[in-house]
Design a protein around this ligand. Structure first.
Ligand code: FES
Length: 370
């Protein structure tokens, strides 16, 4: 479809209007006029239109069948993609089969090949549709004012529906149905592939390995911490749970989730705003907060004892250790989770449960069930 623009402002000289760049030459105009007389005009749009490549009904019917055949091939290839995908289930240990490089090679070849064939077949079917079924028009329109007139606006929906009808989409059910059929596996494929993003985390993000009675050690050592070790107000130590695997110790993941700041405060300095439960989670002025900043997870490792502020050096989020580690400044908007602490029979400092809320950066449902 082409537009032949006519400049109405250029005026007409004695020899006719001046030609404007981008418009057809006079020879081209006469050719279009000749074509107009050669073919029946079927297009009922607002502008003169000439069908430049007539499609006899017989040709359209054959085109419809050929396009439908391609769409069927696309559908079967799409099904083949799913068969290839589910033919390689996880092994008995629950590992994905494609963890084996040889199997992964076959699986990728099959899945890639079938999805490529499905896409190719849809493209081929649409090409056949466009070249053998859809009408091709050459439309001439004047270079009007840019805003459409009310008549043009009013005729748009009719014009659109007519185009949809002439394209064959509405009047050729075989082609339409096979196209929709071919699109089903392609539409489902991305949803099924979500399975490979792994199992849902469940509530793993909300819990750590801390549990009641678990002793604490000074980070980087195996030295257990007694409450009496923190005898000086203002003292602070970074602590982790005691590992019972002397060979490997705690995994890096567990260390990152469980690390706490143990701070010794004067019990009289705790804010009146702290709840009784938060106070019960302390022991003789010793309070434990997650060291992982709730902004984006840097270690909030700086403690200023006179103001009781815990500072994260990354973006200056500041938390009030005397008031449940509430945010007093900076981009974090969630308090550092508090770890309940107590002392066991032997005087060692132990956790009295897990953190009060999820540790680390805030995520979309981090505060559910706090
Ligand atoms: S990570 Fe702590 S303030 Fe940004």
């Amino acid at each position: 479809m082409t537009d032949n623009n006519t400049n109405h402002d250029s005026g007409a000289g004695a020899e006719g209007p001046d030609r404007v760049i981008g418009t057809p030459s006079p020879a081209g105009e006469s050719l279009a006029g000749a074509t107009a007389t050669a073919h029946e005009r079927r297009h009922e749009g607002p502008y003169p239109a000439v069908e430049t490549h007539p499609r006899p009904e017989e040709m359209q019917r054959k085109g419809e069948k050929l396009a439908a055949l391609w769409f069927l091939v696309a559908f079967l290839a799409g099904i083949g993609f799913f068969v290839s995908y589910f033919s390689f289930p996880p092994n008995a240990e629950g590992e994905p089969a494609i963890a084996d490089p040889q199997t992964a090679q076959y699986a990728n070849m099959l899945m890639g090949g079938t999805i490529a064939l499905a896409l190719f077949a849809i493209g081929a079917g649409m090409t056949v549709w466009a070249r053998r079924v859809m009408p091709h028009y050459e439309v001439s329109s004047p270079y009007d004012e840019l805003p459409s007139s009310p008549e043009e606006k009013g005729s748009f929906s009719d014009f659109f529906m007519q185009g949809a009808h002439e394209s064959g989409f509405t009047k050729r059910p075989l082609m339409r149905r096979t196209l929709l059929l071919a699109m089903v596996p392609l539409g489902l494929a991305p949803i099924v592939l979500l399975r490979d993003t792994g199992p849902l985390p469940g509530d793993k993000l909300k819990h750590t390995m801390w549990e009641d009675g678990m002793r604490m050690v000074v980070e980087g050592t195996d030295r257990l911490i007694r409450a009496s070790d923190l005898d000086e107000v203002g003292g602070m130590v970074t602590a982790l749970p005691e590992s019972h695997d002397p060979e490997h110790g705690l995994s890096l993941n567990d260390q990152a989730k469980t690390v706490v700041l143990l701070i010794k405060m004067d019990p009289a300095d705790f804010s009146d705003e702290m709840t009784q439960q938060q106070l019960d989670w302390t022991h003789d002025g010793i309070v434990a907060y997650s060291k992982i900043c709730t902004h984006v997870g840097c270690p909030a490792a700086l403690y200023e004892q006179t103001s009781h502020r815990i500072l994260c050096p990354c973006h200056q989020s500041t938390f009030d250790a005397a008031n449940g580690a509430k945010v007093v400044f900076g981009p974090a908007h969630r308090a550092l989770p508090q770890l309940p602490v107590r002392v066991d029979d032997e005087g060692y400092l132990v956790a009295a449960g897990d953190f009060s809320s999820a540790v680390g950066p805030t995520f979309w449902d981090a505060e559910k069930g706090d």
